[in-house]
Write a protein that binds this ligand. Structure first.
Ligand code: ATP
Ligand code: MG
Length: 174
C-alpha cells in the first residue's frame, strides 16, 4: 500500500484511523503532496510515525500528538511530539547501554542509521519530541522519473527510433 499510494496518503490514512478511535488526537502538519522517497526511506518514515504514536498512546500520558513532515533540499524531516510526562530517567539511563529500550526506539534508530540519517529524541517533564532526518539522496530523482517515463513510452510504442540510439538503461554510451 505504501509504495503504491505514497507516504502522504499512507500517513493520512493511518492518522485518520487513530483519530476515529478517539483515544489519542493527532494533528498533522505536512504538505499535501510529499516528494517521493526511496522505498526503504518511505517505509522508515512510516514506521517511525507508527512507533512514536504507539509510544505516545501507551506511555506518555498525553492524549494529543503532532506529526510534522518537512521536505527541502537537505532531505526529509519527520517530527512526532507530545506534551506528556516524558521518558523516565531510568529508561534513558539504561538506554546508553540500549537495555532500557524496547524494539520501538532501537528499531527507529537502526532504520535511520542504515539510511545515513539521524534520529534525535528530546524529552522532559513537559513532553517528548522524536525527530528523524533522512538525507536528500533518498528522493526519487527527476532523472529516475524521466527515465521511467521514457521506458513507459517506449513500451507503449510511442517512440519509434533507430535501435542504435535508444538506451533503456544507464549504462555508458559507446
Ligand atoms: N512518548 C513517550 N512518552 C513517555 N515515555 C516514552 C515515550 N516513548 C517511549 N517512552 C518510554 O521509553 C520506553 C522505550 O520505548 P520503546 O518504544 O523503545 O519500547 P516499548 O514501547 O516499551 O516496547 P515496544 O518494543 O513494543 O515498542 C517505553 O517503555 C517508555 O517507558
Ligand atoms: Mg514502543
Amino acid at each position: 500500500m505504501l509504495d503504491e499510494c505514497g507516504l502522504d496518503s499512507a500517513i493520512a490514512w493511518y492518522v485518520r484511523g487513530i483519530n476515529q478511535r478517539n483515544a489519542l488526537h493527532v494533528e498533522m502538519q505536512m504538505p499535501r503532496k510529499l516528494q517521493r522517497l526511496s522505498k526503504e526511506a518511505e517505509l522508515a518514515v512510516f514506521r517511525i510515525v507508527q512507533a512514536s504514536l504507539t509510544n505516545i498512546h501507551l506511555h506518555s500520558g498525553s492524549d494529543k500528538a503532532t506529526v510534522r513532515i518537512k521536505q527541502d533540499g537537505e532531505g526529509c524531516t519527520v517530527i512526532v511530539s507530545d506534551t506528556g510526562h516524558g521518558i523516565p530517567d531510568a529508561v534513558l539511563d539504561r538506554s546508553s547501554q540500549t537495555k532500557g529500550l524496547g524494539v520501538g526506539i532501537l528499531g527507529m534508530r537502526e532504520r535511520v542509521k542504515q539510511l545515513g540519517g539521524r534520529l534525535e529524541i528530546e524529552t522532559s517533564g513537559n513532553g517528548t519530541r522524536v525527530k528523524a532526518m533522512i538525507p536528500g539522496h533518498h528522493f526519487r530523482t527527476a532523472r529516475a522519473v524521466r527515465h521511467r517515463h521514457f521506458i513507459a513510452e517506449v513500451q507503449a510504442e510511442k517512440i519509434v527510433s533507430n535501435e542504435d540510439k535508444v538506451y533503456l538503461d544507464d549504462s555508458p554510451r559507446t
